[in-house]
Ligand binder design. Structure first.
Ligand code: C2E
Ligand code: MG
Ligand code: MG
Ligand code: MG
Length: 289
């Protein structure tokens, strides 16, 4: 309504500001309740090698609210971050992910799980301690846990962020830079930080193979990663032609709707376990490399 009135008066702006802050408070209260009453679900989206085998998965948070229905992360992660709730929510995700990792180990499913870590969560003084305890509690192999951070984490206090990464790296966990190429930080950090992987942002993949700018940028990122001995995951791969282009240009790990949507963690892991023990797999086995 305030919009329809145009920008004529402040009078119409204020009620909308108030409505906004009320909506925000209500959402924050709901988030708190979601944690307490177990409304969060851990979903996994597969990451595949060039033969289509699932080698890893990204943990993606899902919120099933009794009245709001499914609320996408884009609608609440920002609020969790600004209200501080992300510390507990993020810890919940980490706990779930490491328990699934331990389960994979029991089942003989060689999966890596990547967990998104928000900047605030990452910079909490006790974060490394919590990761260590969570790993120990679950019995998961640290080498199978990937922490996805964004370039933004490095903006505020690069030296402290680097020290923190080195501390965590000593536990055996791996680091991936999410949404690579979309942040504002310089590339200098690539040579200083203990990184294992970068994820090419979906916005670059979207234009492949026809958009020459996206193709040029993606090629440059792939080359950079190769020279610096970093693994690369392409995210948001939706079409066969994108997949083909990425394969041709040497991208070895693919994530996107084309290969699998996010699904309840147990569903993916069960399917992988069945596939690994089934003597006659439903899908034709991929040719050997
Ligand atoms: P992200 O980490 O970059 O995750 C990738 C997003 O792209 C996911 O959205 C995923 O569902 C979506 N996606 C994957 N493949 C495709 C595709 O082929 N096409 C399209 N159009 N989208 C695809 P989602 O699950 O809605 O999550 C959005 C963002 O919310 C994530 O972006 C991440 O920044 C944040 N997020 C999700 N879970 C968590 C969490 O547990 N902790 C934190 N801190 N952030 C999270
Ligand atoms: Mg991510
Ligand atoms: Mg991403
Ligand atoms: Mg992204």
């Amino acid at each position: 309504r305030a919009k329809a009135e145009g920008r004529s008066t402040v009078r119409f702006f204020e009620p909308s500001m108030q409505a906004e802050s009320e909506a925000r408070l209500a959402l924050e209260a709901d988030l708190r309740e979601a944690l307490q009453t177990g409304q969060f679900r851990l979903y996994l989206q597969p990451q595949c090698d060039p033969l289509g085998r699932v080698v890893g998965a990204e943990a993606l948070l899902r919120w099933q609210h009794p009245k709001r229905g499914w609320v996408p992360p884009a609608a609440f992660i920002w609020l969790a971050e600004s209200s501080g709730l992300i510390d507990d929510i993020g810890q919940w995700v980490l706990g779930e992910a490491t328990q699934w990792l331990a389960r994979c180990d029991e089942l003989g499913v060689p999966l890596r799980i990547a967990v998104n870590i928000s900047p605030r969560q990452f910079m909490q003084p006790d974060f490394p301690q919590r990761v260590r305890q969570t790993l120990a509690h679950s019995g998961a192999d640290a080498g199978r846990l990937v922490l996805e951070i964004t370039e933004n984490v490095l903006l505020h206090d690069p030296a402290q962020a680097a020290a923190r990464m080195i501390e965590l790296k000593a536990l055996g966990v791996r680091f991936s830079i999410d949404d690579f190429g979309t942040g504002y930080s310089s590339l200098a950090y690539l040579k200083r930080l203990p990184l294992s992987e970068i994820k090419i942002d979906r916005s670059f993949i979207a234009g492949l193979p026809d958009d020459s700018n996206d193709a040029a940028l993606t090629k440059a990122i792939l080359l950079l990663a190769q020279e610096m001995e970093l693994e690369v995951v392409a995210e948001g791969v939706e079409t066969e032609s994108q997949l083909e282009w990425l394969r041709t240009h040497g991208c070895r790990t693919i994530q996107g709707y084309l290969l699998g949507r996010p699904e309840p963690a147990g569903d993916l892991i069960e399917r992988l376990q069945r596939a690994s023990t089934d003597p006659a797999p439903a899908r034709a086995p991929a040719a050997s490399p």
